[in-house]
Design a protein around this ligand. Structure first.
Ligand code: BG6
Length: 484
């Protein structure tokens, strides 16, 4: 692996402490970092390298996936870190940064390969990119890459604008847009699951599949993020990115080889085949929900509009259910349902594939066959089959063939993604085409919410979402599977 400088904006932020340093550290102890590397973290505050290294050490203690009990490993890792105070709006600070990057490169014999990671609020993306260019930091002798966190724009137009600005400094192949769902081990497994299992491959189309249900439910509420969340809602926070990425991953045709170009092409094909929503169809395919007070795991919790920082008259969506159609040869007539929400009954991300029963109504089968892919917090797969009820031979009962991960700790999404970015593999990052097509799909929904033309359905905290979401699926003769 090639040596590199890892230059982190937002180095004192929450994401850096919770995810980025622990990910880099776990890669380091797994010998998945280059032999020679330099980490330079930035924040506004003035502080010494040593004080900052102590902050990183604390973050490892609290958030590292594996225990931090080898002082030599910790010190070896911390030794690679330097701190640079920087105001993103001050061009002179970028020159100071450049000096530090270059002197570390010299010291460690790094040949100018640079990753710029923007773990900062999106309003700074453009300013940072143009200052990087003006300061000469991007005019390097090695390769350069940009890692960028969501949100990528807040609607179609702003996303296009941002992309134009970033493209002035980085080529598309150099931009790694993180969607942390694409880093989850089970999501990375989806394509292999189909391609390496002939029984699934044979069944993977509208001939055998009745519907597909993608759920990402959370028990947490808006937490301390009202300022951001009340202006984003579940549609921008989850649907435009994570949920549509899961949809692409589960429905794309198998790429001939699993590389970034092929996978991206197949994913783009899915988005291009999505039936667009328009004024006539939108209200019957989109459910917008908001939680009211209720109970989560036996504890009373407040409704959304009384959460700190949320306006009392907010109509923000904390829940979305959607029916989508992929109008291509393989998926026509198979409804895909997406559902995501805060303050729901359980924390679960999963995909349920319901198979058709060709003799529906003519047999005594109780339940259809299901293939269930559990993504988070459990990772695993089960298939639901039917068997005789041993106590009553007239009846059938469902049985589940399970395969759950062995309990051995899997790498975190951020570990997988940062490792890929260091290696230059962008297969599991969101390409601009996907981002743009996702915004195109979502834009009519944003407009309808803006005009308040889709009713807001309420659901008590701790439930499976509003009744309207059950009705959406029931209208096609189905139900949401596995709701507790
Ligand atoms: C983030 C959203 O992208 O994903 C959060 O901004 C959400 O609102 C989170 O809670 C969910 O991620 P995960 O990995 O816990 O399912």
């Amino acid at each position: 692996m090639e040596n590199m400088s890892f230059i982190l904006y937002g180095g004192t932020g929450d994401l850096a402490k919770r995810k980025i340093y622990p990910a880099l550290f776990n890669l380091y102890i797994d010998h998945k970092m280059p032999e020679s590397f330099s980490i330079i973290a930035m924040g506004r505050k003035e502080q010494s390298h040593a004080d900052f290294q102590q902050i990183v050490a604390n973050s490892l203690q609290t958030f590292s996936r594996r225990k931090v009990n080898d002082p030599a490993a910790v010190n070896g890792f911390l030794e690679s870190i330097r701190y640079c105070s920087l105001n993103v709006n001050h061009p002179e600070d970028y020159h100071k940064l450049r000096g530090m990057v270059e002197s570390r490169e010299k010291e460690l014999n790094i040949s100018g390969n640079r990753i710029f990671y923007l773990s900062v609020a999106p309003e700074f993306f453009e300013t940072i990119a143009s200052n990087l260019k003006d300061s000469g930091l991007t005019a390097t002798t090695g390769w350069k890459r940009l890692i960028i966190e969501k949100p990528f724009g807040r609607d179609l137009e702003s996303a296009r604008h941002l992309n134009r600005e970033l493209s002035k400094v980085f080529d598309e192949e150099e931009i790694y847009r993180i969607d942390h769902y694409l880093g989850k081990p089970m999501v990375q497994n989806l394509e292999i699951l189909e391609s390496s299992n002939p029984i699934l491959k044979a069944l993977w189309s509208n001939h055998h599949i009745a519907n597909v249900q993608i759920t990402a439910s959370e028990t947490v509420g808006v937490e301390e993020r009202a300022g951001y969340y009340d202006n984003s809602g579940a549609i921008r926070d989850m649907v435009q990115n994570h949920m549509l990425q899961l949809l692409m991953m589960i429905s794309m045709r198998l790429p001939r080889k699993s590389d970034a170009t092929e996978v991206r092409m197949k994913k783009r094909n899915v988005m291009e085949s999505l039936r667009p929503l328009d004024k006539e169809t939108i209200a019957s395919n989109v459910i917008r929900g908001q939680y009211t007070e209720g109970e989560i795991q036996g504890k009373p919790v407040p409704g959304y509009t009384v959460e700190p920082g949320v306006p009392a008259n907010s109509k923000n969506d904390t829940f979305i259910a959607l029916r989508l159609w992929i109008d291509n040869y393989f998926w026509s007539d198979v409804p895909f349902y997406i559902r995501t929400g805060k303050r729901m009954k359980e924390k679960s991300t999963r995909i349920v594939i319901e198979f058709k029963e060709p003799l529906k109504g003519q047999t005594t089968t109780n339940d259809p066959n299901l293939l269930v892919i559990e993504i988070n917090p459990n990772e695993g797969i089960f298939i639901q089959l039917n068997k005789k009820d041993p106590m009553n031979n007239e009846k059938l009962e469902p049985m589940r063939v399970n395969c759950f991960s062995s309990g051995e700790e899997l790498p975190e999404a951020y570990e997988n993604l940062i490792f890929d970015a260091i290696r230059g593999d962008s297969t599991f990052f969101a390409h601009w085409d996907e981002v743009e097509l996702s915004w195109e799909y979502v834009q009519p929904i944003l407009d309808a919410f803006e005009q308040d033309s889709i009713p807001l359905s309420y659901y008590p905290a701790g439930s499976n979402g509003p009744e309207a979401s059950d009705k959406l699926v029931q209208a096609d003769g189905f139900k949401w599977w596995l709701d507790k």
